[in-house]
Design a protein around this ligand. Structure first.
Ligand SMILES: [Zn+2]
Ligand SMILES: [Zn+2]
Length: 528
């Protein structure tokens, strides 16, 4: 996640800023002059401090120049896309529809629980590692920049504790020794999982000074770590929004040449090929998405959610199904349906949150509706919190039909404990449903770990037991939400896990409404 970068600047500041940038870009000044204007604007609007603004202006110069040069939208439209709650003017770029095949939707059959004693597979999900190779214990953890706890953040203020050894609750990412410790722990329990879903956001939050080479290096470094610790496991990756340079910058295929994203997608194709067949290479190079069938009757589809990322400014030029990904997804799902296969979708940005552009999100929702019997579950990250989104029948919003799990982050960024999750799914045998039967979430309590200097990864909770659920089908999650609306104990249990057992008070009425509404929103910008 990137909490700032225009996010905090507010609606008015955004419109002002966009208007000014448009003027500057149109004035045919030199690239360096334009960059300086961007830097000044960043400082003037109080987006970040001078050091960060200077870095950001270098990082974003190319993107801003290209996008604003070709942009046909005005400040009002741009800011309604970039900023949450900044008006809702009609935006022609946000108005497009995917085409579903004419094959009629098969009748819905109720999900049957597996026979007792049926085999299960276990899936480890790691999300949002945000590795900081420069993390420095004892350094300043309150630096008023997007990332602290690093050597150039100076000394902590008087009476303010410095960065903890194993990580910190303030704006700090994952130290390498904490990550190594996690991998050592996972290696010890590697008999407890069969495959891995790794759902993106690898680099730290130092978004103002990350080069393309830095990003490729982090990708390789983490890839090598997986190979070292889990030589026998297959890792299925999805792309995060932090993997690019600059952050959130994922030009669709219509941008070619040096400003294209091939530097990253080629590296992904190379690194991911350790675990994926050659059949995945062409779509990874085109748009960082792929599908693969690890077991008979079962497919994993990895999607690139940066094509719905509202901070991916390239989409201001054309947001219509970038790289043809959703149309491709429909093809894959139709094939799977024809073959009576089951599908897990993995991705990074959950489709129901405001970071996901409305048109993409609503089209995706339509696809999930059409293929509800084929898609068994979805797995995302990005928010760093522990939650989920229930998808409903578009024509009968009371009928739950799908579930997206949003797994907690490895990074403590920010004010969280590091965590990971293991799912138990029905499989692998002839006719297995691949439904999630239960999941367990583990965490590292940073307070005690830093206090006693002994990292211990412990079970936080298992879903069925903690929430008193019979099964983990979409209907069961829907029932849980309904229960939470009247049962405050249950609500506060969920709320505690949402923040990975960091005390954050209890959830009052306003909070409750917000939380429960979000759990029912698999479609973004859909308040009712
Ligand atoms: Zn993240
Ligand atoms: Zn993210």
């Amino acid at each position: 996640i990137t909490r700032r970068i225009l996010g905090s600047a507010g609606c008015t500041a955004c419109k002002l800023g966009v208007g000014l940038i448009q003027e500057v870009v149109a004035s045919y000044k030199s690239e360096e002059e334009i960059r300086i204007q961007i830097e000044r604007l960043c400082i003037y609007l109080g987006i970040e401090d001078e050091r960060v603004c200077e870095g950001l202006s270098h990082e974003f110069k190319d993107e801003v120049l290209t996008v604003f040069d070709k942009l046909v939208l005005g400040p009002k439209e741009v800011c309604s896309i970039l900023i949450t709650d900044c008006g809702d003017p009609y935006n022609p770029l946000d108005d497009w529809n995917i085409t579903l095949p004419e094959t009629p939707k098969p009748p819905i059959t109720p999900i049957k629980p597996p026979k007792p004693g049926s085999p299960v597979k276990r899936i480890l999900q790691l999300s949002d590692i945000h590795l900081d190779v420069l993390y420095k214990p004892g350094s300043n953890a309150v630096c008023n920049e997007p990332l602290c706890c690093r050597p150039d953040d100076g000394q902590p203020g008087k009476g303010v504790p410095g960065a903890g050894k194993w990580g910190d609750y303030r704006n700090c990412d994952t130290p390498i020794w904490t990550l190594n410790n996690l991998f050592e722990h996972l290696q010890q329990i590697s008999h407890q999982f069969d495959i891995v879903y790794w759902t993106g956001d690898l680099p730290a939050h130092n978004i103002w000074n990350q080069t393309r080479q830095d990003q490729v290096d982090i990708l390789k470094r983490l890839h090598d770590l997986f190979v070292k610790y889990f030589p026998d496991k297959t890792i299925y990756s999805a792309l995060g929004n932090h993997e690019s340079s600059p952050v959130n910058s994922f030009p669709p295929p219509f941008i070619t040449g040096n400003r294209s994203i091939s530097w990253l997608y080629d590296a992904l194709a190379e690194d991911w090929s350790t675990w994926l067949p050659n059949t995945t290479i062409s779509t990874i190079k085109r748009g960082a998405f792929y599908e693969v069938s690890p077991f008979r009757g079962f497919r994993i589809v990895s999607i690139n959610t940066n094509f719905c990322n509202n901070r991916n400014w390239w989409l201001l030029l054309n947001a219509t199904d970038p790289a043809g990904q959703l149309q491709w997804l429909i093809n894959i799902l139709q094939q799977a349906e024809n073959n009576q296969e089951k599908v897990h979708i993995i991705g990074h940005i959950p489709p129901g949150i405001k970071d996901c552009l409305r048109a993409w999100s609503w089209n995706y929702y339509k696809i999930v509706n059409r293929y509800e019997s084929t898609i068994v579950a979805q797995f995302f990250g990005h928010t760093h919190n522990d939650h989920f989104e229930v998808f409903y029948d578009e024509n009968d919003l009371k009928r739950p039909l799908n579930i997206a799990y949003i797994s907690p982050s490895v990074t403590p960024y920010s004010d969280l404990n590091p965590g990971f999750r293991i799912y138990t799914v029905d499989g692998n045998y002839n006719g297995s449903s691949w439904a999630v039967l239960d999941h367990e979430t583990y965490l590292l309590n940073l307070t005690s770990t830093n206090m006693y200097n002994t990292p211990k990864w412990t079970l936080e909770y298992s879903a069925k037991k903690a929430y008193g659920m019979n099964a983990l089908n979409p209907a069961d999650w829907d029932i849980l939400i309904t229960k939470m609306s009247t049962n405050n104990t249950l609500l506060n249990t969920f709320y505690r896990y949402y923040f990975k057992s960091r005390p954050d008070g209890s959830c009052d009425e306003t909070c409750k409404k917000k939380v429960l509404c979000a759990l029912r929103s698999g479609r973004s910008h859909d308040e009712r």
